[in-house]
Design a protein around this ligand. Structure first.
Ligand code: GDP
Ligand code: MG
Length: 425
């Protein structure tokens, strides 16, 4: 059984907590793309954890976690992240964590380049998380990246590294007029932060294929959402990897296998971190009220998230791109304090009403068209069954379900593991 859990919107939909909830049924949890620009929050009986690189299954005993070849890994960050978990009493070892030899290492100069470029762009910046993600994916496709498996052979590593450093310094000094890096310091870095992972590095594709063959249940955890996918998202305000579920078998190392189930995580309202068009955005007091209610500050960066109404054209597109079989609608409890709730059901583009999500450059000219629903004004955070929900809350769910042509199977009403409701079809 191969299941993907992915984001329908702009990210931060609550994927981490849904993976934590659903991973009890799974043997293996896999991250297949992205790096430590992710921020997945999990709150359970052991505390509150923010995971940037590690799959959310790391918090479950008996679950094997895999970091796939599609990932870009900042090894210093990974070491620190593991350190935080170990300090909280969570065991991380080669038994429950396997890292792909084919995954690439996000280097200090990639982080540096990310910062330098955002600085150069000034008011035209992309709103990068400045974790080096775009530069390292760029290097990967230029074939100038170092893969984790290369750490085993220091001699050939040093040779390749020297060539890469020479090339990278042309950009660092020539384009940005910054201080060059040296091969020796980068080699030291790789040894200091990389060698601890040698026992973890393996052929994760082989491991996963065998696990699938033996009937193990495998869960793929996406980072970000459909609208941040490099091909299908709001380019160039996307991430630099494929966030869609279809990429999961590739980024995990088992392109020979197909997904059995895709669960889309969709937020009951909209949030977006960084720059780019965001049609149903709220501003001023209205935005602040929703941001406060939802605690919408970035898990990875602490930045206030942009907030807005639920966006039907964007979400319906997200559901289609993910191929989501079922949906978990998250953070419904956040809307409890509003008298009325807007839903953006269509856009106005150059005087015409459109219902399909448009091409990125048209999106910037779109204006939201809202339908206003009645709020429920009741605390729903202790509801555990559909019957316990106020009529208006159920009506809101059904409205969204119909408008997005999806099947909402789960509704979450709080951040903790048990705060959710399962709906009948
Ligand atoms: P991810 O990146 O998709 O894993 O999501 P984040 O962890 O970045 O953001 C989701 C935030 O909402 C986290 O702070 C969660 O603890 C919180 N959260 C998740 N589900 C719920 C919910 O149903 N209700 C409330 N109030 N908070 C939730
Ligand atoms: Mg997040």
């Amino acid at each position: 059984m191969l299941t993907a859990i992915c984001g329908i919107n702009w990210g931060d939909e609550g994927k981490g907590r849904m993976v934590d909830l659903l991973s009890s049924d799974y043997d293996v949890v896999v991250r297949y793309q992205g790096g430590n620009n992710a921020g997945h929050t999990v709150i359970n009986e052991r505390g509150k954890f923010i995971l940037n690189l590690l799959p959310s299954g790391i918090l479950r005993e008996g679950v094997v976690n895999v970091m796939g070849n599609g990932m870009v890994i900042d090894i210093r960050h990974l070491k620190e992240e593991i350190g935080r978990l170990t300090a909280a009493g969570i065991k991380v070892s080669p038994e429950n964590l396997k890292i792909s030899a084919q995954a690439v290492i996000c280097m200090p100069y990639n982080v540096m380049q990310d910062c330098l470029e955002e600085e150069r762009l000034a008011d035209k910046k992309y709103g990068s998380t400045k974790r080096g993600i775009a530069p390292i994916y760029g290097d990967k496709y230029l074939k100038k990246a170092i893969r984790l498996g290369e750490l085993f052979d220091k001699k050939s590593l040093k040779e390749r590294l020297a060539d890469i450093v020479e090339w990278k310094n042309l950009t660092i000094t020539g384009v940005y007029k910054a201080k060059p890096v040296t091969t020796d310091e980068m080699m030291e870095y790789l040894t200091e932060y990389g060698d601890v992972f040698l026992p973890y590095i393996c052929d994760t594709g082989l491991y996963l294929n065998e696990a699938a063959q033996r009937g193990k249940k495998i869960l793929f955890e996406a980072q970000l959402g459909a609208l941040r996918d490099i091909d299908f998202g709001i380019y160039p305000y996307t991430s630099s990897s494929n966030t869609v579920a279809a990429y999961a078998p590739i980024g995990a190392g088992i392109p020979n296998r197909k997904l059995d189930l895709t669960i889309g995580i969709m937020k009951a309202y909209s949030t977006c971190v960084g720059e780019g068009p965001f049609t149903a955005e709220y501003f001023g007091e209205k935005a602040e009220k929703l941001r406060q209610a939802g605690g919408e500050y970035g898990a990875a960066t602490g930045r206030p998230r942009r907030v807005g109404a639920f966006d039907v054209p964007a979400s319906r597109y997200g559901i289609r791109m993910q191929g989501a079989d079922e949906i978990a609608l998250t953070k419904l409890d956040v809307l409890s304090e509003f008298d009325e709730i807007d839903v953006c059901t269509a856009y106005e583009l150059d005087g015409k009403v459109i219902t399909e999500f448009p091409f990125s450059s048209d999106l910037a000219r779109c204006k939201p068209i809202y339908t206003t629903l009645k709020g429920w004004k009741k605390d729903i955070s202790s509801c555990r069954k559909a019957e316990e929900l106020p009529e208006e809350a159920l009506a809101y769910i059904r409205f969204i379900e119909k408008a997005t042509e999806s099947y909402i199977r789960y509704v979450s009403v709080g951040a903790s593991r048990e705060a959710y409701i399962v709906l009948e079809k």
